[in-house]
Design a protein around this ligand. Sequence first.
Ligand code: NAP
Ligand code: 3JM
Length: 352
Amino acid sequence: MSKEYSVAVVGATGAVGKTMIKVLDERDFPIRQIKFLASERSEGKKLRFKGEEVVVQKLDHNSFDDVDIALFSAGASRSLEFAPSAAKAGAVVIDNSSAWRMDPEVPLVVPEVNPHAIAQYKTKGIIANPNCSTIQMVVALKPLYDYAKIKRIVVATYQAVSGTGQKAIEELEEEVKQWVVKGCGNEPGKSKGYVGEYEYKAYPHQIAFNCLPHIDVFLDNGYTKEEMKMVNETRKILEDDSIMVSATCVRVPVFYGHSESVNVQFEAPIEAEKVKELLEAAPGVTVLDDPANAVYPMAIEAEGKDDTFVGRIRKDISQENGIDMWIVADNIRKGAATNAVQIAEKLIESYL
Ligand code: NAP
Ligand code: 3JM
């Protein structure tokens, strides 16, 4: 019989954790025992896995005895605090937060792009899952990088509220209900902090019918931390610190699916047709590019899927060796849960 593993899902009650549980089931990950961990708020709650009810336990430093693989998605501070205990107990941690991504002793992995990096997990017992916006961009850019090398990327993101977690999904729903059903949109400048009777909490402004150029905290260089994640993680995953990246990350009133407008300057010439050909053959990519028939990737169609969708592929008329494209993926699936489970699959295939 093939080997089966003891798996813990940390943050099992959250937007990412719940999807991890679904993806483990869908992909038939070989599981001997599963453990769901969350905060004390969720202790005793029951979640289903393969038709069985599993009781959620409170995360603590002793949660990882007899765990082979621990999938973390409970926020960066929990990862910083508990991943070392999990690794010490013998589990391999696959961490979804930003806590360990830039640690030079921790591999940062997208299975279609740099699966070889997983080997480095042995140093700390931790593998980092990149930021959602970075994952979908590098899945699409890797085959192009290999063909023509990339000098510079300018990206603007249109990110779904599910990236902020369960409470932000509810916030957008609530604001839309207040605005549309109760007919109580606020006049600008009035009732700051509220949409109708709903006091918003997940974002500093109303997100319904709005765009916020603000994801994660602002840094001294004028970029946000989310934007700098895209810069640093792209270089680490593509193993090329010479790539220049400038990102603007924007939260939009979409539930699931991040979209990105990506402008790339290549080192060598590359035609739009060649880009299409390379992406059509690339693992994890679906090209949707027939503008004459209004075919291009859209968040609502990427929702629930694991591929990264690319369209609007065209030559940049403003520079040599430039290409523009539009990249979309489900941020909770390929951007988080699916990528983490794919890492776990590679891990057991070659190392455990
Ligand atoms: P969420 O819906 O707010 O869920 C948070 C989860 O963390 C819940 O299960 C929550 O448990 C748990 N948690 C919170 N405080 C805890 C504590 N003190 N001890 C144990 N568990 C605790 O958020 P989410 O969207 O699932 O995201 C979770 C994390 O995943 C994020 O903070 C981020 O680090 C990472 N993430 C990564 C990506 C990516 O791009 N790869 C994308 C999204 C999120 P309770 O239900 O008990 O509160
Ligand atoms: C996506 O606890 C935190 O600060 C987590 C914030 C967070 C992150 C992060 O920085 O880990 C929310 C949503 C991410 C991420 O993927 O980087």
